[in-house]
Design a protein around this ligand. Structure first.
Ligand SMILES: [Zn+2]
Length: 427
């Protein structure tokens, strides 16, 4: 550490983020729309709707919080960028306990593109700057939890680079992470304020560094290396595709964003934490920077996402997969009159009369529940008019409210004619 940051003693804030490839599923969404009672087709039997999977239906009501960590150390000396392994582990466990699904960064982006569904409440974990404790301490813990994550690397800070001291991660360690599915993304070359005219350090031939302010063509040239050169270096050294950029210190402006966009970054990340929604702009995605001296940041972030989906009461979320739902989560069916079924036995004993099924476009429906088999089912009798349909089942079990939601698609042509004016998200 000694060398790495000594050069920039003023700035200890950082950011990062990461991504990884892994499947995650389970959505919920709630676009309701009026369904017309024109039941011309009611008599049409549901003819074994052999469902086929097409483009996944994404849950536009899902939310994601992104965390940004730096160093993991037993003895905190820089509380702004450090956290103890024990505190970190407790936070990872808390995500699990609260039913927040940790997803790869690339799943977040695929969801934003409308290509992949994600669970209703998700987190992305990222590590900034490339410290070796991220490799040695954080990674084994993440493996234990089975969590994907992203590393945001500034290339001069890798071991051997002009800013990469003894605590820095090495290219070999990054390659090892890459080989094991860790997402590695960009965080500039020298980790400095990228806005034109700000104080920066530049290296002169001979290794001497001087503080300066760059403007005009000199600034643009320097930026090319910070934003484009660093991306190319990561891509070439590691044989990867880099599509995320964490802005150093979270400091950016329109020009910085424009250069990043033109350089092929799909998403840019800052450190102003906020829940990410389907419509959040991709060029300024906020992450929660977790610091040892501000434990409340984590708690607040988790609460933000905890309350936004549910209501006031604590609700235990059950994965649609565990309920063997029909249609399955993310499936697309060929009928607008599907039979909706789920098996609630995974939830445990259901209190009599507490089961309720809601269907988007219809509201609460008179589903039947067979306590013996645990099966709840409802035959839709009014054509569903949306291309996607969300089902929410809630029930009480041992005094607690339990909820499951999932979303399936209805093939175009099968859905009722009306194209509803609902929730077409802008990107
Ligand atoms: Zn950083």
């Amino acid at each position: 550490m000694i060398i790495r940051f000594a050069i920039f003693p003023l700035f200890l804030a950082l950011n990062l983020s990461m991504c990884k490839k892994q499947e995650s599923v389970s959505p919920s969404s709630q676009q309701a729309s009026a369904s017309s009672p024109t039941s011309a087709a009611v008599s049409t039997p549901i003819a074994a709707a052999s469902p086929k999977i097409t483009k996944p239906v994404v849950d536009q009501t899902a939310q994601v919080i992104i965390f940004c960590y730096h160093r993991l150390v037993d003895k905190i000396r820089y509380p702004g960028t450090e956290i103890t392994p024990a505190a970190f582990e407790a936070q990872m466990k808390e995500l699990k306990d609260r039913g927040i699904t940790v997803i790869p960064m690339q799943d977040l982006l695929a969801w934003k593109r409308g290509e992949k569904n994600i669970p209703p409440r998700c987190a992305v974990v990222s590590f900034d700057d490339g410290w070796k404790s991220q490799y040695e301490v954080a990674w084994p813990m993440m493996k234990k939890f089975g969590y994907p994550f992203t590393m945001f690397i500034y290339t001069e800070g890798v071991r051997g680079g002009s800013l990469g001291g003894g605590e820095a991660i090495t290219w070999e360690q990054l390659a090892d992470m890459r080989d094991n599915g860790v997402d590695i993304e960009g965080h500039s070359a020298t980790h400095q304020d990228l806005r034109e005219g700000h104080n920066i350090m530049i290296a002169n031939p001979g290794g001497k560094r001087t503080r300066t302010k760059l403007t005009g063509p000199q600034y643009e040239e320097w930026m090319q290396n910070e934003v484009v050169g660093s991306k190319q270096l990561l891509e070439q050294r590691l044989g990867i595709k880099v599509n995320c950029f964490a802005v150093p210190f979270g400091n950016y402006n329109e020009h910085v964003k424009e250069i990043a966009r033109k350089s092929g970054y799909e998403a840019m990340f800052t450190v102003y934490g906020q829940p990410i929604t389907f419509t959040s702009p991709l060029d300024s995605i906020g992450r929660y920077a977790i610091e040892a001296n501000k434990p409340k940041v984590f708690e607040d972030a988790v609460k933000m996402i905890g309350t936004s989906t549910g209501g006031a009461a604590a609700v235990a979320e059950v994965g649609a997969k565990d309920l063997s739902t029909q249609p399955a989560d993310g499936e697309t069916v060929r009928t607008a009159l599907p039979l909706i079924k789920a098996n609630l036995s995974a939830i445990g004993q259901i209190e009599p009369g507490s089961m309720q099924m809601r269907v988007s476009g219809l509201g609460v429906v008179p589903a039947s529940y067979d306590p013996k088999s645990g099966t709840v089912s409802y035959q839709v009798t009014q054509k569903l008019h949306e291309k996607s349909c969300s089902v929410i089942i809630s029930a009480k079990s041992q005094g607690k409210k339990v909820e499951a939601h999932w979303t399936f698609g209805i093939e175009e042509g099968a859905a009722g004619a009306a194209t509803s004016p609902i929730a077409t998200p802008k990107k």
